[in-house]
Design a protein around this ligand. Structure first.
Ligand SMILES: [Zn+2]
Length: 143
């Protein structure tokens, strides 16, 4: 199997049922990004966009943070998606995967525990960045 070194980002209202290799399917509607594992194993990798999960950075190219570790797949692929490129990272040991899972759980708990006070402190109105981003993307895609 050949490891992929780049992905082509495409924007959808809803992620299609059947997805192709080499395409990064992005849905702001569902706050989800889906692609086929870059190792070529054919498995679908879902990365939800959420403050406790993945963050999408768009500057005409797409980056996802943090890295994508498919520990549940047989291939155990681990890579970063940065500016449409796939940057392969080391595979983690079982101990490191377990530690990362624990850290992720704690992060999630802390995030939700602190969410209400954070909203008050920041005093942000309900204007939603995802929508304005989507509008900008729509304008860009319509060019
Ligand atoms: Zn794979």
């Amino acid at each position: 199997m050949k490891r992929r070194s780049a992905l082509r980002p495409m924007f959808f209202a809803y992620i299609p049922e059947a997805i192709e290799e080499g395409v990064l399917y992005i849905s702001f509607e569902n706050r989800t990004v889906v692609h086929k594992c870059c190792c070529g194993c054919g498995n679908e990798v879902v990365t939800p966009l959420d403050p406790t999960q993945w963050k999408l950075i768009y500057d005409g190219r797409v980056s996802l943070e943090p890295s994508i570790g498919s520990w549940n797949l047989a291939c155990r692929s681990h890579y970063w998606i940065q500016e449409n490129a796939v940057l392969w990272a080391e595979q983690w040991t079982d101990a490191r995967i377990a530690a990362a899972r624990t850290a992720q759980r704690q992060h999630t708990v802390q995030h939700y525990a602190s969410a209400p006070s954070r909203q008050v402190a920041s005093g942000m109105p309900a204007a939603s960045p995802p929508k304005s981003l989507w509008e900008r993307l729509s304008a860009w895609l319509a060019r």
